[in-house]
Design a protein around this ligand. Structure first.
Ligand SMILES: [Zn+2]
Length: 136
């Protein structure tokens, strides 16, 4: 089986999509407010608040250094192919941690069919914890 590959918008490494954090653009106030958020956030919280994601995804390694590099060097603007307001890498990093934990919790309650996804998300959460403080 051929795993889909994606490029990290921070370090530009090409890795299996399953090993990368997926980010989306969240639009609010008729598209005026643009925010980069974890994909899992879109699937859980955002819908409840009447917010929605638009367009493509951008992927980043589960390493804080990659988030910071992407935020500093316009990686998200490149990944989303649009002008972006500044991305706060600290906020986005903790949002990813929270979103992964929330999604794992949700999937765990939905039964064993979700086990492969839980495993994949748990691996990402572990990679994030291992990467804290690591410098690329
Ligand atoms: Zn990277």
């Amino acid at each position: 089986m051929h795993a889909p590959m994606r490029t990290c918008v921070g370090c530009r490494a090409i890795r299996p999509q399953a090993e990368l954090l997926r980010t989306r653009i969240l639009l609010a106030d008729g598209g005026e407010q643009v925010q980069v958020v974890p994909d899992e956030y879109i699937r859980t919280c955002a819908k409840r608040h009447g917010l929605s994601a638009r367009g493509r995804s951008a992927y980043v390694c589960p390493a804080r250094s990659c988030l910071e590099r992407a935020a500093r060097r316009g990686g998200f603007a490149r990944g989303f192919a649009r002008k972006m307001p500044a991305v706060n890498p600290t906020a986005l990093w903790s949002a990813h941690g929270d979103a992964l934990a929330g999604m794992i919790d949700l999937l765990n309650r939905s039964g064993s069919a979700a086990a492969p996804r839980v495993q994949r998300l748990a691996a990402l959460a572990t990679a994030m914890r291992a990467a804290v403080g690591r410098v690329c």
